[in-house]
Design a protein around this ligand. Sequence first.
Ligand SMILES: [Ca+2]
Ligand SMILES: [Ca+2]
Length: 406
Amino acid sequence: MRPLLLFAATSAIAMTAACGATGQTSSQAGAPVETRAPNNPDQVPAFEGQTRAPGVATQGTMTHNVVASGLEKPWGLVLLPDGNWLVTEKPGRLRIVSNEGQIGAPISGVPAVDAKGQGGLLDVILSPSFAQDRLVYFSFAQPRQGGNGTAVARARLSDDNTKLENLQVIFEVAQTYDGDKHYGSSLAFAPDGKLYITIGERSDKPKRPDAQNLGTHHGKVVRINADGSVPQDNPFVGRDGALAQNFTYGHRNPQGIAIQPGTGAVWTIEHGTRGGDELNLIEAGSNYGWPIAGYGIEYNGQPIPGMNATAEGTVQPVYYWDPVIAPGGMTFYEGNMFPEWKGNALIGGLGGKHLVRLVLENNRVVGEERLLTGLGERIRDVAVGADGAVWVITDEDNGKLVRLSR
Ligand SMILES: [Ca+2]
Ligand SMILES: [Ca+2]
C-alpha cells in the first residue's frame, strides 16, 4: 500500500483547475472541500481519492426554498407520479406533502412502530409498477416481545390517498434485540425487480460481531423478491448456517442505498465509527469489513479493538469521510436542471448538515461538493423531482421539505 499525502495542508493548497486530470468538464477540481482535521490522523487511505477527493464547484447561482415545515423527524422521501411527495415521519406517520408544501393528514393503516432512539417509521419507496399496483414499501422498527427488529412491509395506497390497504410484512430481521440504534432500513428496487434492504448491526459492542455472522441479518444488505421470497441466485442460498436473504455482510449502519443509472449497480453509504463513514459498491457475497476492517476510531477516541484499515477477504470502501458527515439517504442524479450532475451521487449529511455531491468515474470518486450548507439542518433523505430540482427532508423536530434549484 502506498502512503499518500492527501491530508497535507489542504486549506493552503491553491485552487488549481484540474479539469483534464479527472475528465470533469463542468466543474473545476481543486482542493478538497473538507478542510477540518481528521478524526483519526493516523489512518492512510488504501488508494488515491479514497477520501478528500478534489473539490468541485457547480457554476452559476443555486437557490433553495423551504417548501414545507412542521414535519416531525421525517425519514423517507419518495416522489409520486403526480409530482407530490410521500414522506415518513419517524414517530409512525406517513403523509403526502404536495409540491407546493401542503401537508396532508396521516395516511391510516401504518403498523405500530417502536419509535424510540433511531427507531420508528423509516424509509419508503414505490413499487416499480406503482402506476398499476399502487404498492408502497416501507421499513420500520417492529415492536416485538423482548425488543424490536427492522422489518419491511408493503401495502396498497388507496385510490383516494388516505389509507394503506392489504398490508403484508414481507421481511423481518430474524433476531429480536432490545436496543434503539442501528436499524439500517434503506430500501431500493434494482432494475431486475429485486428489493435490497440495508440492516444495521444494532450498535452495542456485543452486537458488532453479528455483522460477520451470516446466521444473522444484522450488519447485512439483504436481497429479496418483491413478495418477500428468497431469490434462488442469492449468494448464500444453501450454505449451512447462513440466512438465505443475506447478500453482503460486514456493514455497520447503512442508512442509504441507490441503484446507479446505466449500470444497475447497487451503492450504499453507511455510518462508520469516528472517522470512517463509507460509500460502498455492493457485490454479491462480499464482506465489507466491520468490525474487523474499517477506518475510524471509537467515539470516545480509543482505537477499535481488533480492527485494521484493511483485512484480507474484505472489500475496501470506494470512499470514506474523515471527519464523519453522518450520511443519511442517497440518490443518483439524472435530472435536466443540473445537466453537469448527471450520474453524480447525492448524499444527505446528518451530522455534516449539508448535501454531498460526488462525481464518480470508473467506480472511484473524482470530485466532491457540499451543497445546502446554508440551511443549517440535518439532511436525512434526498430525491430528484420531475423537473430536475433536488428535494431533501431534514431530520429535525421541525423537519422541512426543501427544494434546491437554479
Ligand atoms: Ca430514501
Ligand atoms: Ca467497510
